[in-house]
Each structure stands twice: as structure tokens, then as C-alpha cells.
Design a protein around this ligand. Structure first.
Ligand SMILES: *Cc1c(COP(=O)(O)O)cnc(C)c1O
Length: 378
């Protein structure tokens, strides 16, 4: 493995490469197989079958583990939701999980479904309000944090919450999809487990669905690894290979997208066709001070509230040319979506809110397109 003391922009490029040997390829290969030639001596360490392991997963899993400052490799899953479902298995049967009111709607929907089925109880609270969240912890088993949240961009005090959870013997799990390990490493702030939708910034090209889990405790990793093998929520080798290819440019993509997001947020604030803008990097944002203190950047997702309600927001989306009206985020191309077009999105998300995922195009081109489309929305 590479020296983990290297800076993240060197790590994303150098981790998970074959050794520097004559004629070795510089990139790992894709292994397309369902099974492996078996050991003829009993007790040998062997791969056996490709639901248990695939060498194509290893470089990405090792790289993500290192980036998240874990002592063990990450575990890849077929999707972010498969990773989240696997992490929910850490809540004991009949136990209690505390979740942010503004968590990703798939996370909330799955938790509510599991509550209905009697697997566990769910307490939903305001994650940006540390005192209120801590007050909900007594008797719980798992604290689920997402920060910044999708799509409301609320920023949690991960260190304070994880420490309050630890005092009570509660496991802290953080969905780090929005920040990426370049901007925050929850395990270093006391969290026990990190989950990712690798689909988003880590892969970065909107061509893969993939998830991952990183654990501080090797025993928890071992348990999740065993469950992944039996439940079969594994990635295809090509997806894992694409994710590693995307990870190589994580730092240039994310740095550029964050710089552009900050500039667009400043230009959008006070736009005559907007009611408001949310971006943790704006000094006026409720999450600004906390994000500045605990993150090394502010992410590349904005929330804009279009003047004139849902219809004006839809007219804005129809008028966009460079930005693509589509769900998802974290790719090189800029995307815009009115989240409430989904019936499953909770009412706590305003119906005129459009989530902007900032890509790596030219900032002025992005700005001019937003400005003309906002003017067309009224
Ligand atoms: C997209 C997303 C997920 C779900 O990931 P999939 O890869 O779509 O299954 C989970 N959490 C957050 C914060 C997300 O943005």
C-alpha cells in the first residue's frame, strides 16, 4: 500500500496501482470471473468464488479506506442504498436509530419501511441542532449522521455528536457522500462507520451506481463483510474499475467544482428571481461557521429557491441549456433538479427548491445559463 502520509491529491492518483515491476501495467485489470481455481491443500487462503471477493474491488477498497483514514480497506456494495441497507443491519432487532429529518430520502424511506416491518424504531430529529439531537440519544443504538445533508445542506457537528453517542455506547454512522474524504473524514472526528454513494463524487462521471462502507473497528468490518457475502449486494467488476478510474481525478474535479460552486453562490445571492440561496460556503448560511471550522471545503451542491413557487422553478429548469435537468449529483456535468418533483420527497423541502450539482464547466458559462434561465422563470 502507498504511504498514507502523502497528501490526498497524490493518494487518489497513486493508491491501488500494480507494483513498479518491468512490464507491469500501470493500471489494475478487470477480472471477469465467477469462480477461481481452488486450493488443493486444505486451509489455504483462497478467493473460492467471486461473490466472496474479486481482485478488481481491492484497489478501490484499499484507496477509499486510506482516504477515510481507516486502518482497514473499505467494502464496496452494488449501490449507495445497498451500503445503507447493510449499515442498517448494525441496528439490533428491536433497537432504535436516530436519523436526521433532512437525510437523503432513500435513507429515510428505507428506515421507515424497516420500522413498519418491526425491525427497529426510528427517531427523526434536527441534525444541525446538536443539543436537540443529543437529547434524543438516550436508549438509542445507532446515531445516523449525514452532513451536509441532501438536499437541505444542513451541517452537523460530527465530533460533538459522535462524542455524545460514544458516551452512551451508541454507534455513529456518517453518510459522507456530499463532503467526500477530501473535505471531511468522519472517522477522525469519532465516527465509527462511514457510508458513501460512490455513484456521486467518488466516481464522478455519472456512469456508475456503486456504494461503499468504511469501518473504524475491524470487527464491525468483518461482520459486514460476512453479511455482504451472504446477502450478495456486491458490485460488478466493471463498475469497481470505473470507480477507481474516476477516483484518480477526485481532487481536481472536487477542487474545481467547489471553487465554481462558491463563485456561483456569491453571484446567485440576491438574484432578483430568487427568494434565497443555500450553500454552506456563504457567510450568510446557517451552516457557514460550523462548516468553516470542521470541513476543508464547502462542497459543490447548492440549493436555490426560485421566486414564484414550483411553476417558476419548472420554467427555470425548462430554460436551462448548459445545465442538465436531471437527478443525482457529483458528476463532471452540472445538473439541476426540483426535488419535490418526486412524490417521496418530504414536505420539509420547499417545492420551489432546485438542487444544483456543480460540475467542472467554465464558471461564466454556467453563470450565464443560470442567469438567463432565472430571468425566463418569472
Ligand atoms: C445518492 C445518495 C445515496 C444513495 O446512493 P445510490 O448510489 O443512488 O444508491 C445515499 N446518500 C446520499 C447522500 C446520496 O446523495
Amino acid at each position: 500500500m502507498q504511504n498514507p502520509e502523502l497528501s490526498p491529491e497524490s493518494l487518489v492518483v497513486s493508491l491501488g496501482r500494480p507494483p513498479h515491476e518491468l512490464d507491469a501495467p500501470v493500471n489494475p485489470s478487470i477480472t471477469m470471473t465467477s469462480t477461481y481455481v481452488g486450493a488443493l491443500t486444505p486451509g489455504a487462503d483462497e478467493r473460492v468464488y467471486a461473490r466472496f471477493s474479486n481482485p478488481t474491488w481491492d484497489p478501490f477498497e484499499e484507496a477509499l479506506g486510506t482516504l477515510e483514514k481507516a486502518s482497514s480497506a473499505a467494502l464496496l456494495y452494488a449501490s449507495g442504498m445497498a451500503a445503507i441497507a447493510a449499515a442498517f443491519n448494525l441496528v439490533p432487532l428491536g433497537g432504535t436509530i436516530v436519523l436526521p429529518q433532512t437525510a437523503y430520502n432513500g435513507t429515510l424511506s428505507l428506515a421507515q419501511q424497516k420500522e413498519k416491518a418491526g425491525h427497529f424504531s426510528v427517531r427523526i430529529g434536527p441534525i444541525a441542532d446538536t443539543d436537540a439531537t443529543v437529547a434524543m440519544l438516550d436508549g438509542a443504538d445507532v446515531l445516523w449522521i449525514e452532513s451536509p445533508t441532501n438536499p437541505m445542506l444542513e451541517v452537523a457537528d460530527i465530533a460533538a455528536l459522535a462524542s455524545a453517542a460514544k458516551e452512551r455506547g451508541i454507534l455513529t454512522i456518517v453518510d459522507n457522500t456530499f463532503a467526500t474524504p477530501l473535505v471531511q473524514q468522519p472517522l477522525t472526528q469519532g465516527a465509527d462507520v462511514v457510508v458513501h454513494s460512490v455513484t456521486k463524487f467518488l466516481s464522478g462521471h455519472s456512469d456508475v451506481i456503486l456504494g461503499a462502507i468504511v469501518c473504524a473497528d475491524p470487527e464491525i468490518r468483518k461482520r459486514l463483510h460476512g453479511e455482504r457475502t451472504l446477502q450478495g449486494a456486491i458490485p460488478g467488476p466493471f463498475e469497481a474499475w470505473l470507480a477507481l478510474r474516476g477516483l484518480r481525478t477526485l481532487s481536481v474535479r472536487v477542487e474545481k467544482a467547489m471553487a465554481t460552486a462558491g463563485e456561483l453562490a456569491r453571484r446567485l445571492e440576491g438574484h432578483p428571481n430568487l427568494d434565497s440561496v443555500r450553500y454552506p460556503g456563504l457567510p450568510s448560511d446557517p451552516g457557514f461557521e460550523r462548516a468553516r471550522a470542521t470541513m476543508s471545503g464547502f462542497g459543490a451542491v447548492l440549493g436555490i429557491y426560485v421566486k414564484g413557487g414550483a411553476e417558476a422553478a419548472e420554467r427555470f429548469l425548462q430554460a436551462l441549456q448548459l445545465w442538465t435537468p436531471a437527478t443525482s449529483l457529483g458528476g463532471v456535468e452540472s445538473l439541476a433538479e426540483r426535488r419535490r418533483r418526486h412524490a417521496s420527497e418530504p414536505d420539509s423541502v420547499a417545492d420551489n427548491m432546485v438542487r444544483l450539482s456543480v460540475g467542472i464547466e467554465n464558471v461564466d458559462d454556467l453563470w450565464l445559463d443560470l442567469d438567463q434561465a432565472l430571468r425566463a422563470s418569472s
